[in-house]
Design a protein around this ligand. Structure first.
Ligand code: PNS
Length: 162
């Protein structure tokens, strides 16, 4: 049976940590949709949804079974209407676990969908979109923590805003 997984997230922007999890999800499933999803707790992102999708597409163009989409409603509405079998997310630490557990349980209660957690590779354990933006904003270099072109895209955004 063919399996379809969704990796949901804000991806503002995609990092090497995300890429690593998505690549591993793509080796475990026939099809993986990277879903740029609205997070009501992070309303004002740096990148538009279309820009985020483009950066993800560029970073994952070498993988044939990846599709990039976006969704502004309830995540389980997307998974139910698109025949998704599993949600896949990365866990960096117990902080992520505490944040993710209620969402995983809520999604399972609402739609019966399970979330599979992949442990983040230790070399990406400290990387987050938020920290990468902050370090870049104050002139630091995080280009090796981001797919090619993403650090430049962050710098361009901040210079446009200045
Ligand atoms: O990368 P993030 O911001 O930690 O991802 C969180 C995200 C976007 C996956 C979560 O906020 C979400 O699922 N948003 C969609 C709306 C929804 O279904 N909310 C209820 C979650 S139980």
């Amino acid at each position: 049976m063919s399996t379809h997984a969704v990796c949901p997230g804000s991806f503002d922007p995609v990092t090497m940590g995300h890429v690593n999890i998505i690549q591993r999800a793509a080796s475990l499933h026939d099809r993986v949709t990277v879903l740029v999803t609205a997070n009501p707790n992070k309303p004002s992102g740096l990148f538009t949804v279309e820009e985020r999708k483009e950066l993800i597409r560029n970073a994952l163009q070498h993988l044939p079974n990846i599709h990039v989409d976006h969704w502004s409603g309830l995540l389980v509405e997307y998974t139910t209407t698109h025949g998704v079998d599993t949600l896949v997310k990365g866990l960096r630490s117990s902080l992520d676990y505490d944040y993710e557990l209620p969402m995983a349980q809520m999604n399972r209660k609402l739609a019966g969908i399970d979330t599979c957690f992949l442990m983040t590779d230790p070399k990406y354990g400290y990387i987050s979109s938020t920290l990468c933006k902050e370090v870049t904003k104050y002139g630091g270099d995080v280009s090796d923590m981001l797919p090619e072109g993403v650090a430049d895209a962050i710098r361009r955004k901040f210079s446009e805003q200045a």
